[in-house]
Design a protein around this ligand. Structure first.
Ligand code: FAD
Ligand code: PYC
Length: 417
């Protein structure tokens, strides 16, 4: 295994990454696989990797209608944290953070995981109460989180405006020091390369257009734009389009799809040391290793499959950023883009077996699934391999929307729900 260190490593990783997704030679699909995964985003690729690496299941195909990592995995703002309120969420997201901590070594690929700290701002009494509740709940779950007064928040993030005269003054902050960011496309490529090295087929430009079922109702394979492929098991990991794919098996999902946007500034020298999120002012920001300020906006207010969103959404976000960080007022924005997120009624994901034998689904991560990628792939692979959920994803069932055992993380992310 190669050893990674500092800038040399970053340079090497960037060289390896350049254009890799598009150059990837997709193999010809076999007529039959043990497992077909629909969706070559981070979650689908991680699932395939762990199926091979931990369960010895290598006769696996990951199919994507586009190119690998071209969905939300390559479009997100890469914030990683595990400061969720409920026990079930803290367990799955912290499982992911622990895997992130060893991921570059496990994949022998630098995913540029940087634990620079995620700070969530409080602007009023309600925010203080909510965030302090998170701090206490997290600590009870062994998840790091600490409360900062405004001066300490500014010491941690010097560009932060803590003037009492601000429209939404900062009255405190919750800081998860183990939180941070990673390089999103490297995550997709790292998992893809490691899965491929174990024999997994990653087949791009291969849209799934149907799910075949046998006389007993069990899954027998998928129909694709490159022909029919038989499979004993099918895992659907098609964020934004999960309900469309699941409908092919006759299942109606409790999901809505929304556009979610992000944007980056022109690159500048390092000036922003951490990740800052504000639920109330409704913005989040970090600085990428390339120097761009990475800024996330909210979801549109209406459902859509369009990978763009309203201009007014990003312009409101920029107003909020300039309010909190006046030194950025004169920065130029370089580009913006959108992805489609699928959202459940309780804003928590579904990682589960389905009523259709041999069909499994991993969806509903909404605006916050990038951080979960390794943990999600790890427990979803377990669920598929053993036809039984891992204890960590056991609560994230489809049935909860019938039984009422919800995991209601509605306010978990700083983005509109
Ligand atoms: P994707 O990467 O979207 O992969 C799904 C794949 O399925 C796609 O490649 C698609 O082409 C494929 N597919 C769909 N239909 C079919 C079909 N019929 N046949 C074959 N293939 C199909 N999360 C965080 O934790 N932190 C953040 O800071 C954050 N910021 C975000 C910012 C934005 C702007 C967006 C859009 C999302 C953000 N998220 C964030 C959410 C996060 O990006 C997603 O939850 C996560 O990346 C989902 O990963 P995935 O692998 O499930 O989906
Ligand atoms: O879940 O932390 C998050 C997040 C930030 C931006 C979008 N999602």
């Amino acid at each position: 295994m190669r050893r990674f260190s500092g800038f040399a490593l970053a340079r090497e990783a960037m060289r390896e990454h350049k254009g890799w997704g598009r150059q990837w030679e997709s193999p010809e699909p076999r007529s039959q696989y043990d497992v077909v995964i629909v969706g070559a985003g981070g979650h689908g690729l991680a699932t395939a990797y762990y199926l091979a690496a931990e369960h010895g299941i290598t006769n696996v195909a990951v199919l994507d209608k586009g190119w690998l990592g071209g969905g939300n995995t390559g479009r997100n703002t890469t914030i990683i944290r595990s400061n969720y309120l409920y026990d079930e969420s803290a367990a799955i997201y912290d499982h992911a953070v622990r895997l992130w901590e060893g991921l570059s070594q496990a994949l022998n690929y630098n995913v540029m995981f940087s634990q620079r700290g995620v700070m969530m701002l409080a602007h009023n009494v309600h925010d203080v109460q909510v965030l302090k509740r998170h701090v206490h709940a997290n600590r009870l779950n062994g998840v790091d989180n600490e409360w900062l007064d405004p001066a300490a928040a500014r010491a941690f993030c010097p560009p932060l405006n803590i003037s009492k005269a601000a429209r939404y003054p900062v009255v405190g902050a919750a800081l998860q020091r183990r939180g941070g960011v990673a390089r999103h496309d490297a995550v997709a490529w790292g998992y893809a390369r490691a899965a491929s090295a174990r024999g997994v087929h990653i087949i791009q430009n291969c849209e799934v257009t149907g799910i075949h079922r046998g006389p007993d109702g069990a899954v027998t394979g998928v129909e694709t734009t490159r022909g029919a492929i038989r499979a004993r098991k099918v895992g659907v990991v098609a964020a934004g389009h999960s309900s469309v794919v699941m409908a092919m098996a006759g299942l109606r999902m409790p999901l809505e799809s929304f556009p979610l946007q992000a944007l980056v500034s022109e690159p500048v020298k390092p000036c922003f040391p951490c990740v800052v999120m504000s639920n109330t002012v409704h913005a989040y920001i970090s600085q990428s290793d390339k120097g761009e300020l990475v800024i996330g906006a909210g979801t549109d207010q209406y459902t859509s499959y369009s990978q763009t969103g309203g201009l007014h959404i990003i312009s409101h976000t920029l107003d909020a950023i300039c309010e909190m960080f006046p030194m950025f007022t004169r920065m130029k924005m370089l580009r913006s883009w959108g992805g489609i997120v699928d959202v459940t009624p309780d804003r928590s994901p579904i990682l589960a077996k389905t009523p259709v034998k041999g069909l499994y689904v991993n969806c509903g991560w909404g605006t916050g699934g990038f951080k979960a990628t390794p943990g999600s792939g790890h427990v979803f692979a377990h669920t598929i391999a053993r036809d039984d959920p891992h204890p960590i994803n056991a609560p994230f069932t489809l049935e909860r929307f019938r039984t009422g055992r919800l995991i209601d993380e509605a306010a978990a992310a700083a983005v509109a729900h």
